[in-house]
Design a protein around this ligand. Sequence first.
Ligand code: PLP
Length: 244
Amino acid sequence: MTHAGAENSTARREELAANLAEVRARIERACAAADRDPAGVTLVAVSKTWPVDDAVLLAELGVTHLAENRDQEASTKVGKFREMRPDLRVRWHMVGSLQRNKAKSAVRWADIVETVDSDRLAQALAKAAAGRPEPLDVLIQVSLDGDPARGGCPVDDLGRLADTIAEQRDLRLAGLMAVAPLGWEPTRAFDLLAGAAGPIRSAHRTAVTLSAGMSGDLEHAIAHGSTSVRVGTALFGGRRLASD
Ligand SMILES: *Cc1c(COP(=O)(O)O)cnc(C)c1O
């Protein structure tokens, strides 16, 4: 590494460390306000569009969950990450929409797929995950506004999709995920999600995760029971254009 490169990397590490401290403080304050234990909220760093070096720096700073939203970008980045730092144990989350023909590729890098929204995708993932020592963890992505164009399973269909997933030996239904629809009050969105999670948790004891909250609304999500916040911008900075 050149001298300038080393200086850049030191500056970037300090920037990421400061952002991480601020995000952790926000999570702690939100938990205190909701009378919740911060240990019950997992921070998932969304590294999409950011280079693998940033992912490595955050993992060195103690982040153990990283997320990507495009299979192609992720398979390259995670491959590099594992090659560079096989000693850093992180769980990789898929948080973007996934086409069935990418299921095979996705299970090679993802430890948990948060965006299952149809029987057909669940079945494709089960087939791709067949023969693994452990079942693949999946979340159902919930469509809170029912708009089919934006992905996600409508609230009324959740029970049926949860049953389909639970029938797959190579999948484990770990819970629900949602993005607050644009223009909605976060409270309305996360209230609806929490209501939808109740019956799914009663029917499926493994479905304990509620993945909700991003840089702009994590406090609201934690107030409504989120157990996993997905944070990009507040950790890495303003969004960068994808280079590939
Ligand atoms: C990008 C992304 C995030 C992170 O969003 P920020 O507003 O940058 O924190 C969270 N969830 C999903 C599904 C995303 O695509």
